[in-house]
Each structure stands twice: as C-alpha cells, then as structure tokens.
Design a binder for this molecule. Sequence first.
Ligand code: ADP
Ligand code: MG
Length: 336
Amino acid sequence: KNGPELETILEKQSCGREIGSRILVFVRLRPMGKKEREAGSRCCVRIVNQRDVYLTEFASENDYLRLKRLRGRHFTFDASFPDSTSQQEVYSTTTAELVEAVLQGRNGSVFCYGATGAGKTYTMLGTVENPGVMVLAIKDLFTKIRQRSCDGNHVVHLSYLEVYNETVRDLLSPGRPLVLREDKQVMVEYRVKDASNNVVNRVGKLSLIDLAGSERALATDQRTLRSLEGANINKSLLALSSCINALVEGKKHIPYRNSKLTQLLKDSLGGACNTVMIANISPSNLSFGETQNTLHWADRAKEIRTKACEANEEALQVPESEADQAKLLLELQKEN
Ligand code: ADP
Ligand code: MG
C-alpha cells in the first residue's frame, strides 16, 4: 500500500482545485415564489458577483421603523448562484469534480442545507424537466465509466436512504428500519493494469444529502421537545452542527455517535473526503431570519478542514500464469 512500486504506476492525480483541504461552500438563491410575490414580499438578498451575497438587514417597513437605519452584510463563498442558475451549472460547479474524484478512489459528499422551502430538494433531486444534482451525478458517473471501460471493471453500489425520527429506512426497498453497523467499505472500482503486472483496487463513495429544514432545529431549541418529530429532526441537525463545530475547532473527539445522520456521514464529513455544502436560500424578506441563519451557518462551515484527501486504493501482485490471474479476478468479483 502506497509503496514506491504503486507510486510509479499511479499518475499523481490531484483533485483539481484543492477540494481535499477544506469544505467548499456554495449558496444558491432560488427565484421568488408566486405565493411570496402575492404576499407582497420584497427581495432582501442580492448576489453581487460570482462569490458574494449581500443580505439587507431590514426589508419590511416595520423593520425599517424599528431599526431606523439601513444595514446589510456581505458574505463570500466559493460560488454564489443567482436565481437564474441552471441545474446543470450548479452540478458542474459543485459536484462534477467530486464524481471524477470518486472514480479515482476519493470519497465525496454534497449537502443541501437551508430552511424548508429554500430549494434543497429542487437542488438535490430536481424535477423531471430539470433534474438535480443526484440525477446529474449518476448520469455523469455512468458516462465516465463507459468512457473508461477499457481500464478495467467497475462495480457500482447505490443506496437511497431516509433518516427520519432517528430511524433509517431504505427507500429502494421499503420495509423494516435498517440497523446501522460499521462495515468494511464496498468496492466501487478496481482497475487492472496487466502491463505492469499490478492490479489496483480503488474505492470511492459519493454521498448526496438533502438535509431536513434547518428552521426546525431552531424552533425546538427554544421550545423544548415540542413533539417527537421536532425533537428528532432537531437531534440530527444539532448533532451535525456539533460535529461541524468540533471539526472547526480541531477537536480530537468528534461526536458522530450522537445521531443516526452523523453516524452515517462519519466518513463523509471529517474523513478523507471532498465535502461540499450548498446553502439554499429564499430571496423573500419574509424568510429574512432563516436566510440570515443559513448564511451564518454556511459562513462557519467554510472553516472546516478535512483530512488530506487520499485515494482509497491498494495494489495487488498479479500472478504470472493466466489461470492464476483468472482465479484472482474471480475472487475480486466475489468480494464485490
Ligand atoms: P426545500 O426542499 O428546501 O423545502 P424545495 O426544493 O421543495 O424546498 O423548493 C420549494 C419550492 O420552490 C418548490 O416548489 C420548488 O420547485 C421551487 N424551487 C426551489 N428552487 C428553485 C429554483 N432554483 N428554480 C425554480 N424553482 C425552485
Ligand atoms: Mg425538501
């Protein structure tokens, strides 16, 4: 593993921009909705340029009378998407490089964070006409695999899970809740390089996460344990926030075990992983408070450092005889 022999056969592939070193944070502003417009709401967010967001502190007449002054705040992110940004643009900027990195054996994760109605599900899943990040990533992954089919065999495992009330369910095969166990990673890709008599196994995991509405975490924080649902959604997001705080502060102990969500995301958050956060916001002044919270949260997430993003790979010696090679290949296939 990582021996000089392996180094000679592997080109040093970088993650493109330095996505291994810290979390990349993006903000996506959604268009004003019909209901918001009918309610007479005004826009309190402006995407100033490709990176900066400007939030005006008061947008309603009442706020203005109360605060008596005009204030606003700029936030800077890795990219800020105005409401005209297409799904494809969001995918290309935030996730395409992670898909490429997964094929090189690097883990990646993309989170959508924000209040209910801010556009998380639209960004992640999208619609039939405008498919979102999940759909575009899967399409792209298979396109890339097809282009590399001569490099060796590729095995793809896909799971689609829901974490709700601290219960994990399999959305592809509904039934009893799943029990979480820590397990060996699944093989996603292995490449055969016969010329150098080496087989390289590469494993990469891509996690795409549509988080619960962030406002509920705050609501239940103030009114204690309002309902089981509120409490448990709170638990997931609070646990995620605790982990992020611990990661930001460089703590040794990260409390992943506090919730099912963070247990699931352990290797997608602090591990050797390319992590992307997309903070979704509404333009309406009616959501000012939520937008402010989301932007503050996103601003803090920029400080998270992840471990250097190394590839998950191991080299195996390929036997001389063809019969033994076939045996090895069979074993590898069985493992998968
Ligand atoms: P969330 O998942 O954060 O609760 P949704 O993704 O369901 O929010 O978005 C709320 C509404 O706004 C939906 O009707 C969705 O189709 C619409 N919407 C969100 N983002 C966009 C966008 N970028 N462009 C057009 N419509 C959007
Ligand atoms: Mg949603």
